[in-house]
Design a protein around this ligand. Structure first.
Ligand SMILES: Nc1nc2c(ncn2[C@@H]2O[C@H](COP(=O)(O)OP(=O)(O)OP(=O)(O)O)[C@@H](O)[C@H]2O)c(=O)[nH]1
Length: 344
């Protein structure tokens, strides 16, 4: 087995050819074309994962077997642990898996055609058989063809079932990792990575609708951390996030932008609506009281400032954010614990 350096071409004929090369390798190693097996050989042939290529090459040059157990282990070590962005490429791998399954079905078609040809030949021979010896030979030949065809079919069925099960598992994993990669673990809100995709989608689909962005920041948060400690600071961030979630409409895209800063995109709301909602959120946060369980002291006096800007038709997430952030700066500059809206 050798590792090719070429990237997979997106043309369907070349993709199918690449798929066939992987399937031939799978066949050569007596492995089912399951997604994980497929993936390992795919990355190996593509030489896209250096550590994996090295691990596979070492095994092969040491004459060690590549069985399903080894491939699952390689997957855990060198593929599943890679950066989450790798999961975005999984669509391509699943597509390749599909072409693998199609090729399996073609093989099955060929087996069935071969079986039919054997039946036809033997039926003709049956007409011409003149003695019991000849009949016996035909019967033996037919029996052998039936056994081969049914064991081929059984193997195919097993391979397809295994592939289907793993494809389902991969799809669930993919969804789990996709969600984790765009979620902020402290608050459960979208993180910055999710912000770009989700907000760009809203801006794109709702050209005719009024979109408004809010940028919200906890005031003097550094002093909360300094006075009560980082753990209490984290609880404050969570409480503020929960207040924002409660006040803002359920379809608002709400993001923890980082640290103590949050961003929301409202769709189908005027700037006046956004100001009213921001005022509600500001008041709710101002009223929050938190008891520090370590010494029973009450943590209070935290507030938020909010900057608001409506989106124009030509806005990207970045340009809209820059304006709403400017409004936030004005709110901070004017004394904090307030809402400032541009273009209202
Ligand atoms: N507890 C906690 N603190 C964080 C987290 N991320 C960032 N911080 C802290 O948040 C603080 C942000 O402080 P600054 O950017 O100076 O802003 P500020 O004190 O809120 O002041 P203004 O924004 O001007 O009102 C820093 O001390 C960071 O260390 C986090 O996840 N948890």
């Amino acid at each position: 087995m050798t590792s090719g350096k070429s990237r997979v071409d997106s043309r369907p004929d070349l993709q199918a050819d690449f798929g066939y090369r992987i399937l031939r390798l799978l066949e050569g190693h007596g492995l089912a074309p399951s997604p994980i097996h497929y993936w390992i050989f795919h990355d190996y042939l593509q030489a896209s994962n250096e550590a994996l290529v090295q691990a596979v090459s070492e095994r092969l040059s040491a004459g060690r077997k590549l069985d399903s157990f080894v491939l699952h282990d390689l997957f855990e070590r060198y593929v599943a642990g890679e950066s989450l962005s790798r999961f975005n490429d999984m669509g391509d791998d699943l597509e390749a898996l599909l072409s693998g399954i199609i090729s399996l079905l073609r093989n099955a078609e060929r087996t069935t055609a071969g079986f039919q040809a054997c039946l036809t030949d033997n039926l003709q021979a049956l007409d011409q058989a003149e003695n019991p010896e000849g009949l016996k030979a035909i019967a033996q030949c037919l029996a052998a063809a039936v056994v081969t065809a049914s064991s081929d079919n059984l193997a195919l069925q097993r391979n397809l079932e295994e592939a289907e099960q793993e494809a389902r598992h991969l799809r669930l994993e993919l969804e789990k990792h996709r969600k984790a990669s765009i979620t902020d673990p402290l608050t459960g809100l979208l993180n910055r990575r999710g912000m770009e995709t989700e907000m760009a989608r809203v801006l794109k689909v709702s050209d005719e609708i009024c979109n408004v962005m809010l940028v919200m920041d906890i005031d003097h948060f550094k002093s909360i951390n300094d006075r009560y400690g980082h753990a209490v600071g984290d609880v404050v961030i969570r409480k503020v996030a929960a207040s924002l979630r409660r006040v803002l409409p359920p379809d608002a895209v709400l993001v923890r932008f980082g640290g103590e800063e949050f961003v929301a995109l409202l769709s189908g709301h005027s700037v006046q609506d956004a100001v009213a909602l921001a005022e509600q959120a500001r008041e709710m946060v101002e009223r929050l009281r938190l008891v520090n369980r370590q010494d029973d002291t009450v943590v209070e006096g935290f507030t938020i400032s909010v900057g608001i800007s409506p989106a124009s038709d030509s806005d990207t997430v970045e340009t809209l954010f820059a304006r709403a952030d400017r409004a936030l700066y004005q709110a901070k500059h004017a004394g904090r614990n307030r809402v400032v809206a541009l273009g209202s």
